[in-house]
Design a protein around this ligand. Structure first.
Ligand code: ADP
Ligand code: ASP
Ligand code: MG
Length: 421
């Protein structure tokens, strides 16, 4: 008998008919002699609807109250599934984050998990009860409701799998695995059967929202095997686990697009020491994650521009701070561009290949796509471009690097042979 955590995302619980379908799937696993703990997201669109309501009340909703509001979506889903299973004769019981004992820090809508008690879930399992746990939510030390950031139900599932020492954490979603690019953008994208935590973390943090990046970090830390599967059809998915010899070491394993960033440019700042520290220090103090940074060479008048990207959800806060700093340092103006996207080529095998970056830039140039910012690491190259060009760029890069073909057949994929540099 194995214990499985089965997490169902928003689309998988998006209607009563779909809730019946996942009830069947859970029952099926139990009939095979296994134990299941289900973790649910809110019904599809619900978290966005609640966010819109909050913003209809005020442009800057209070963080504590926002967490209270958003966490309600998952409560609805767990109660509906527990009722459905009970009506089918299964002894299921719903559990909120508080009841499970998911304790977080006090960053209300971006909380980090500090510990998981999980005793009530263990007790339920021992009594033959099937626990249905609300994803995305916890409580801080003062017992106030917190939420774990967008896509946070994945983290709840992985963290519970670690706490309960489950055999596997299965993430059921609306695609049947992790692909070389979002299959809703690139029709010829290929499912990757097995992926290392490292490669998955890079894909997830660069925009492949099929798994929340923090859940992958957590899975890697505690060695939780995570499987992504379709909740609509049976079949193989993608296993995310420790790197092994079976894994593809393709130069490029995937292409991602991230539309959640915005670009801020401080125009006409004096080109002298300490300016970047001033502008970016304010962001760090406010815990706003700055991703890409470009400081241009100074113009003749010894003035320069500094551009950087921040999460779009932090833009209002970032702008308030930057505008204040700009005044202090005597900058001319502050400009914002929200409609940007970051397109990245990702691959742990990239470190042993040369020419990937130039081929990426040439491909984008061939599509007449302008690059605004570039950043590279050993295993990824990212370009910021106009949001309108995002899908076109992903499709062109996917084709250029031969990702819709099995590794070794074409392009720069293959078992990490490496070209000379
Ligand atoms: P859920 O509601 O089940 O949590 P999400 O919407 O968070 O589902 O994640 C699934 C979506 O992730 C897919 O519908 C797909 O559009 C998107 N996606 C982005 N990149 C990838 C990728 N590389 N592989 C698979 N899906 C991806
Ligand atoms: N409902 C939350 C969201 O939409 C959490 C999740 O779905 O994982 O972000
Ligand atoms: Mg998700």
């Amino acid at each position: 008998m194995a214990l499985f955590i089965q997490k169902f995302g928003g689309t998988s619980v998006g209607s009563i008919e779909r809730i019946h379908r996942i009830a069947e799937r859970i029952e099926h696993t139990c009939r095979d002699g296994h134990q299941v703990v289900a973790v649910l997201s809110a019904m599809s669109g619900e978290t966005d609807r609640l966010l819109r309501l909050a913003h209809a009340v005020t442009p800057h909703p209070d963080d504590r109250e926002l967490a209270v509001l958003l966490s309600s979506g998952e409560r609805v889903a767990i109660a509906l599934l527990a009722m459905t299973l009970r009506s089918r004769g299964v002894n299921a019981r719903s559990f909120t984050g508080r009841q499970v004992g998911i304790v977080t820090n006090s960053s209300h809508t971006r909380a980090r998990i500090a510990k998981i008690m999980a005793d009530p879930v263990r007790k339920a399992l021992a009594e033959g009860v099937l626990p249905i746990v609300a994803g995305f939510q916890g409580v801080n030390e003062q017992s106030e409701v917190t939420t774990l950031g967008r896509g946070g139900s994945d983290l709840t599932a992985v963290a519970l799998a670690a706490a309960l020492k489950a055999s596997r954490c299965i993430i059921f979603t609306d695609v049947d695995g992790v692909y070389t690019a979002d299959p809703n953008v690139v029709a010829s994208a290929r499912r990757i059967p097995k992926l290392s935590y490292e490669a998955m973390l890079e894909l997830a943090s660069l925009g492949a929202k099929v798994l929340q990046a923090r859940s992958v970090e957590f899975a890697a830390k505690y060695g939780v095997p995570v499987e992504v599967q379709s909740s609509f059809q049976k079949g193989e998915g993608t296993l995310v686990t420790h790197e092994d010899a079976d894994m593809e070491r393709a130069a490029v394993s995937g292409v991602t697009g991230d539309r959640n960033q915005a670009k801020i440019t401080v125009v006409g700042v004096p080109d002298q020491p300490g300016i970047a520290a001033n502008v970016l220090g304010a962001m760090a103090e406010a815990c706003i994650v700055v991703d890409m940074i470009i400081q241009n060479v100074s113009h003749q008048d010894a003035l320069t521009d500094i551009s950087f990207t921040v999460p779009r959800s932090d833009l209002a806060r970032a702008m308030a701070l930057v505008t204040r700093t700009a005044e202090v340092i005597g900058a001319k103006t502050v400009e914002v561009k929200e409609e940007i996207a970051k397109v990245s080529l990702v691959g742990v095998g990239m470190q042993s290949h040369s020419g990937v970056a130039s081929r990426m830039f040439r491909t984008l140039a061939g599509e007449a796509i302008n690059i605004m910012m570039i950043s590279t690491s050993e295993i990824k190259i990212s370009c910021v471009l106009d949001e309108r060009d995002c899908n076109k760029a992903i499709q062109a890069l996917h084709a250029e690097f031969g990702l819709d073909h099995a590794p070794g057949q074409k392009g720069m994929t293959g078992r990490g042979e490496g070209t000379t540099s």
